[in-house]
Design a protein around this ligand. Structure first.
Ligand code: SAM
Length: 291
């Protein structure tokens, strides 16, 4: 007999291990054309969204993830004008990209329009009006189809996808990374959500094997996001310019200060430190510790 109240939400990403949220209030639940969506209120994490049983984002800790997947590549690039977001239906990634006044054009390709609509309504603090940004071109489509067929080029591509199950699976494929590489301008950078290596080391290994043959500089960087359980989350990095991962603190500080952006997690020291990986991750991807 389970002693878990019926009002709790149990994440089902991992067999035999997971997190549980008290659902103080169920705000919305629907089976969309692509996935099961639920948004609820939790006393500690604020409003929470899950897709197909996996926690996607919470009001309390989303800033860590969204700041690290946007400011790291955009400030490392230095002159990014065209940014592509794949996924990101909750609008948090878009909000952070839009803070960069130097960015002139943002394309966001989200497969599920219901996620956008429900997050606009029930998670307004994520997008904070960014969906009305005149620089935005919102495309409701499969990100794989978009990068395989578009003639547009981008300076930064951010894959903000679900895990490699269901509609998100294709966004971890060789074809996807190849197509992203094709869509990058000279000096372009691809970054992707790549799971928590302590729990998903095979995902990191697979991505490493696919980026290795495509990008002159490939690596990973990390940040601990409390509700992406199992330790720090890895973000894959694929850059066409090998210098962009090794910028000086002074250069990053100058660019960060010049952006005028106020953050709650990102700063130049965190940027630099995030690329330092634990030994077990380096061994999994076949890299020396001084790379
Ligand atoms: N922060 C979350 C994480 O790390 O797992 C991701 C959040 S965001 C809500 C994930 C988005 O990816 C969802 O809105 C989902 O609909 C979208 N998505 C999944 N597969 C996709 C695909 N093939 N093309 C475009 N968007 C996709």
């Amino acid at each position: 007999m389970s002693n878990i109240p019926a009002s709790d939400y149990l994440e089902t990403l991992y067999e035999g291990y997971g997190q549980r949220f008290r659902m103080e209030k169920l705000l919305h639940e629907v089976r969309t054309e692509h996935q099961h969506l639920v948004i609820f209120e939790n006393p500690r994490m604020g409003r929470v969204m899950a897709l197909d049983g996996v926690i996607q984002t919470t009001e309390a800790d989303e800033f860590i993830y969204h700041e690290m997947l946007t400011h790291v590549p955009i400030l490392a690039h230095g002159t990014a004008k065209r940014v592509l977001i794949i996924g990101g239906g909750d609008g948090g990634m878009l909000r952070e990209v839009a803070k960069h006044r130097s960015v002139e054009h943002i394309t966001m390709v989200e497969i599920d329009g219901t996620v956008v609509d429900m997050c606009k309504e029930f998670l307004p603090n994520h997008s904070k009006g960014a969906f009305d940004d005149p620089r935005l071109n919102l495309v409701i489509d499969d990100g794989m189809r978009f990068v395989a067929t578009t003639t547009e080029k981008f300076d930064v591509i951010i894959s903000d996808s679900t895990d490699p199950i269901g509609p998100g699976e294709v966004l971890f494929s060789e074809n996807f990374y190849q197509a992203c590489h094709r869509c990058l301008n000279e000096g372009g950078i691809l970054v992707t959500q790549n799971g928590t290596p302590f729990m998903q080391i095979e995902e990191v290994k697979t991505t490493a094997g696919r980026l290795r043959s495509l990008f002159p500089d490939w690596h990973f960087y990390q940040a601990a996001v409390p509700t992406y359980i199992g330790g720090a989350m890895t973000f894959a990095w694929g850059a066409t310019n090998t210098a962009y991962r090794k910028l000086s603190r002074e250069t990053l500080q100058q660019r960060f200060s010049g952006s005028g952006i106020v953050t709650r997690y990102y700063n130049p020291e965190i940027h630099i430190g995030a690329f330092a990986l634990p030994q077990y991750v380096l061994q999994a991807v076949g890299k020396p510790s001084n790379d």
